[in-house]
Write a protein that binds this ligand. Structure first.
Ligand code: C6P
Length: 419
């Protein structure tokens, strides 16, 4: 019956027990090539807890309708669930208002949204955007697309051999022509945690807004946008145990008010005539068309899930796993870790003396181990280290030291077979 909504049993907060957490993720019981799945590709996407899967099934089974449009029961219910999810995002990153939370398809769309509206409203020939040498392609290409229309300059903060940005070089790049600093919080190929507090403070001394790509930070670090004082922040739902196809752009209310819409269509308007259209209030001005309702609600459940475990617990656990993995991998002769910054999060990239990363990835797959190999959509990082690709193990809340041991055993076998 449509009106009968299945209520989920409220769970008690987790005291941190990794086996209990693993039990929440049904996919972790899968057998791959006859071996238990050892999933170490969490920077690409995280697995989903049963609660998120249940939320999506429940939505399509009992709640599905279009939002913001109908006066009927289901439409009002779906609207409430969707807007509740927005409030959960707002609370999770401590934004000051839900007007500052725009639902997008993911980090990529969030960055493209900012690039698009900056291009429309702010950027002129001669203007400059600062990014870093460790950006994901989704924080490089949107700015290059603008360069096809306008003579804007992309200035790149260099990185050192460890994978840290060279802060003094960053200071030299700032000029009166800088219109935005757009920088990754945690590098997906090096694991570096950038000193974004310092960068934001410096940028604001020059009245320059800052966009933070938090795709690899939102699931591993505590983010308080008011404390950080960033102007924009982008992340994807699927990297924080939520569904694919949903993401967030946080923007300061005043800034968003002053900028034009991204796309045109339903929901983002206030009044349309053939002569003139006026736009809806925030955040709807930036959400044209029917939103990804089910997955926004699923993201809300993922954030509830994380909050129940507690980010402090997650950070402590993931730090332990990263340290253990780094120490274990460093002992393997012929393996070199790429990215040895002082502050790192949940990613270890490595190369071998004479084994191509793709061969390593394929070999380990047959051991049931899922890692990512390639350039990780950061080709300039590969160029910086003069390598074609890396193998990357990336960790999440459900990974264990035993899984690190399985990875190490698999690599030792790989080296024996290939040498
Ligand atoms: N990195 C990885 O395996 P989307 O695809 O929009 O959800 O996220 C894009 C993105 C942006 N910034 C950073 C730092 C990222 O790591 C990613 C996605 C994945 O590393 C897929 S390439």
């Amino acid at each position: 019956m449509a009106t009968e909504i299945v209520t989920q049993k409220k769970k008690e907060p987790h005291s941190f027990n990794v086996n209990e957490i693993r039990a929440d993720f049904p996919i972790l019981k899968e057998i791959v090539h006859g071996k238990p799945l050892c999933y170490l590709d969490n920077a690409a996407t995280t697995q989903k807890p049963q609660a998120v899967i249940d939320t999506i099934v429940k939505y399509y089974t009992h709640q599905n309708a279009n939002i913001h449009r109908g006066v009927h029961y289901l439409s009002e219910l779906a609207t409430k669930e969707f807007e509740d999810a927005r409030i959960k995002v707002k609370d999770f990153i401590n934004a000051s208002s839900e007007k500052e939370i725009i639902f997008t398809r993911g980090t990529t769309e969030s960055i493209n949204l900012v690039a698009n509206i900056f291009n429309k409203a702010i950027l002129k020939d001669g203007d400059e955007i600062i990014i870093s040498a460790m950006e994901h392609h989704s924080n490089i290409v949107p700015w290059q697309l603008i360069q096809e229309q306008k003579k804007i300059k992309l200035k790149i903060i260099p990185i050192d051999d460890n994978g840290d940005i060279i802060y003094d070089e960053f200071l030299k790049l700032i000029s009166e022509k800088t219109k935005l600093i757009s920088i990754v919080y945690v590098s997906n190929s090096l694991g570096t945690i950038n000193p974004i507090e310092k960068i934001i403070e410096e940028a604001h001394r020059h009245n320059i807004p800052v966009l933070i790509d938090a795709a690899q930070a939102i699931q591993h670090l505590k983010i308080d946008v008011q404390k950080l004082n960033c102007d924009f922040l982008a992340f994807s739902g699927h990297k924080i145990y939520g569904p694919t196809g949903i993401g967030v752009l946080y923007g300061k209310e005043k800034l968003l008010e002053s900028l034009p819409p991204f796309q045109g269509g339903g929901d983002m308007i206030s009044k349309v005539t053939f002569e003139k259209t006026t736009f809806n209030e925030l955040p709807y001005k930036f959400e044209a068309g029917t939103s990804n309702i089910a997955d926004a609600i699923g993201l809300g459940t993922a954030l509830d899930y994380i909050s129940r475990i507690g980010l402090d617990n997650i950070i402590a656990h993931e730090t332990k796993i990263l340290d253990y993995a780094t120490k274990s991998l460093m002992q393997i002769p012929g393996l070199k870790i790429i990215g040895q910054a002082k502050h790192k999060s949940s990613v270890v990239s490595f190369v071998f003396d004479n084994i191509h990363p793709h061969d390593a990835g394929t070999f380990l797959d047959f051991e049931g181990i899922a890692i990512r190999t390639g350039h990780h959509c950061t080709q300039p990082v590969m160029d910086r280290y003069n390598i074609p690709a890396t193998s990357r193990a990336s960790f999440a809340v459900y990974n264990t030291e035993e899984e690190v041991d399985i990875l190490v055993k698999g690599i030792i076998k790989l080296i024996e077979v290939f040498n």
